[in-house]
Design a protein around this ligand. Structure first.
Ligand code: NAI
Ligand code: MG
Length: 352
């Protein structure tokens, strides 16, 4: 079986970290022998924009449809406004390919830098709504510049959109025997979050075997820091998910380790795998970017293709490198280069 991957290395450290993820994917394929990857590279990003006045080719979205997945580094570079670089490439792909699930594992790997004072088991999967909610983009600006100026930003929660994300979380929990925690704010957001809580309650009835919890987002944020061990599968809205997953990145090793996947579960269109961090212009070209986040995203891609044993083995290989500690990038207090870390993970995978 061959998986067709569209690779968009993007800007800054994007290409540097993506190279290492691909090394690891190729090693997994080579060791397994029953699957392989076929990569096609697309030079889209800010350099492309400076040359052509657009972030991707006109038929770019049509072209991407032919792939099984997209592997993206990062986009954004000084000189090109972020709302153009992000909205016209990344957010466009997420939206038009209906990648309505943003899956962010918040797991403190063995050997990862411990940011919390106490030893906690941190092993959760945040399922963030990725297509509507507070980020629907709808709203209005009235009486601009006048004393009576009013700005409205509308949160859009459709039944379809709310139900499918909650159901996705329950399916994930059922598969792994874990609990589901909903994060909402029904006490203050009297339309959207009351509705969210109702749908959560409804869907939970279809999964009597799954334990459920419900937190207000403010309390949940506190417990992410004080007692993260209580969360397993977490489901939440677009805005709340954006925020709590950054707290998650903070407690589980930092940006150098944070991975994310944008999933279209129907598989009608490709899903997209990308590290959470950006293009890091401050360190681009120095060969010191930490490739572990991109490698973790590659592990999520292996899971998505049904190669869960390889997804897990890549994480174990990353843990070996973290625990050994001698081959880490400067952000983790090491002095290794990006490709040395990628090679170390590849070698660790080989030894398993
Ligand atoms: P950033 O994530 O690029 O960098 C923040 C800080 O973390 C910097 O000091 C950087 O050096 C460090 N850092 C990030 N990733 C690292 C890695 N793998 N290894 C070592 N250090 C790392 O965020 P920033 O600076 O706010 O944004 C820079 C550009 O990236 C902007 O144009 C922004 O729009 C874009 N961006 C793109 C994203 C994407 O493509 N998904 C996500 C976030 C930002
Ligand atoms: Mg964010």
């Amino acid at each position: 079986e061959t998986f067709k991957i569209a690779v968009i290395p993007g800007d800054g450290i994007g290409p540097e970290v993506i190279d290492e993820g691909i090394k690891v994917l190729n090693k997994a394929a080579e060791l397994d022998g029953s699957f392989s990857f076929d990569y096609t590279y697309f030079p889209w990003g800010c350099e492309f924009y400076n040359e052509h006045g657009k972030m991707m080719d006109d038929d770019g979205m049509e072209t991407l449809k032919q792939f099984d997945a997209i592997y993206l580094g990062a986009v954004g570079y000084p000189g090109v406004p972020d709302h153009i670089s992000l909205r016209e490439l990344l957010i466009r792909i997420r939206k038009e390919f209906d990648q309505y699930v943003n899956l962010r594992p918040i797991k403190l790997l063995k050997g990862a830098p411990q940011t919390l004072k106490k030893d906690h088991t941190i092993d959760m999967l945040v399922v963030r709504e990725n297509s509507e909610g507070e980020y629907s983009g709808s709203g209005e600006r009235l009486f601009q510049g006048k004393p009576e100026e009013v700005v409205l930003q509308t949160g859009v929660f459709s039944r379809k959109g709310t139900e499918r994300i909650i159901r996705y979380a329950f399916e994930e929990a059922k598969k792994t025997g874990k609990s589901v925690t909903s994060i909402s704010k029904g006490n203050a957001l009297n339309y959207s979050m009351v509705f969210w809580d109702e749908v959560f309650e409804e869907v939970s009835r279809d999964y009597p075997e799954v334990d459920t919890y419900s937190y207000l987002v403010d309390a949940a944020s506190m417990f992410f820091v004080l007692d993260p061990g209580r969360f397993e599968v977490v489901v939440t809205s677009n805005l709340f998910g954006d925020i709590v997953t950054d707290i998650g990145a903070g407690i589980a090793g930092g940006l150098g380790l944070a991975a994310g996947a944008n999933i279209n579960p129907t598989r009608e269109y490709p899903s997209m795998f990308e590290p959470v961090h950006g293009s890091a212009p401050d360190i681009a070209g120095k060969k010191i970017a930490n490739p572990l986040a991109a490698i973790w995203s590659a592990s999520q891609m292996l899971d998505f293709f049904g190669q869960e044993q390889w997804g897990a083995r890549v994480l174990t290989a990353m843990e070996d490198v973290l625990q050994d500690g001698s081959t880490l990038t400067p952000d983790m207090n090491g002095n290794a280069s990006t490709d040395q870390v990628g090679q170390a993970v590849t070698d660790a995978l080989d030894k398993k």
